[in-house]
Ligand binder design. Sequence first.
Ligand code: NAI
Ligand code: MG
Length: 350
Amino acid sequence: MSAHRIAVIPGDGIGTEVTASARTVLDAVAARHGIDLSYEEFDWSCRRFERDGAMMPADGLETLSGFDAILLGAVGWPGVPDHVSLWGLLIPIRRAFRQYVNLRPIRVFDGVASPLRDATDVDFVVVRENVEGEYSEIGGRINRGFPDEMAVQESVFTRVGVTRIADYAFDLAETRRRYVTSATKSNGIVHTLPFWDEVVAERAANHPGVRFDSEHIDALAAKFVLQPGRFDVVVGSNLFGDILSDLAAAVAGSIGIAPSANLDPTKQNPSMFEPVHGSAPDIAGRGVANPIGAVWSAALMLEHLGHASAAADVMTAVERTLAQPQTRTADLGGHASTAEVTDALAAQLR
Ligand code: NAI
Ligand code: MG
């Protein structure tokens, strides 16, 4: 069997702690399933920025292009502006490798308290368009400092872009509970979002077995809070998907368990897997970070690489570990260290 080559970018703060944990869990599950993983680690981070003046080397993207996947911890550190760490590493990777899907699964696990009273059977996925839409660089500002100062920023929705994200959402729904909700606002934003609605509805027609709803973003935000259990796959533009995925992660209880994948579904380029949380300078270096967001992200990577049953085993280990009070970290009200949670996960996979 061919080996999968994984580029590991631990980054800053707890990024280094949780990626080490994810590797331990990956090694355990890979041994059990006979999967050959090889890793190369890169010290691209704010530490590197302070030393060398750049988050990554000039040929960093070229280096990454030779890998099958990228596992990232978190980047960001006090003293280095957040836009430097974001635009110096994460955004170039997402854009250069055409990672047009941002995938954010949401589940409320036994043992994890949701801030909502009625959050039972919550298990859905937000599929966010990741390379166009509202986050475009087209626009500008004029008359700076004058009373008639103005700013314009254009949203860009392309037929190719909307089609491929809708297709991804419907294909994913076919493997789940067969229900897609599309986020829109075509009553207020009268050009781009009616176009989005039209293209998504066209793609829905290819999936007669999948139930399909279109909901305005404001009403949808309210339903995430009032009836989170009703959703299966939720697809949205770059801005709507960004906001919905953070709202959804909050519904699930802790940012420490939330995973994400930035995918090029064509597999022409490496995809990137990273926990949703940042480098958490307030707890970094103390060995108390919750590693589950990184471990779940690693499970998404296994799935993307074609190892669905290994990924399912990791998720079973996650469920069991969260269900036991003695293997919960402080963010979940427990006392376990990162190492104790990691050992518990790995022990179940051996
Ligand atoms: P953060 O996610 O690092 O931390 C927010 C709060 O959640 C903190 O109190 C932290 O202790 C807690 N927390 C986060 N992850 C945890 C875990 N795994 N276990 C237990 N507790 C956890 O967000 P913050 O503080 O706003 O940002 C810190 C730095 O991280 C900034 O430089 C920011 O730019 C960067 N960041 C990077 C991201 C990335 O690499 N994708 C994403 C978000 C923030
Ligand atoms: Mg966000």
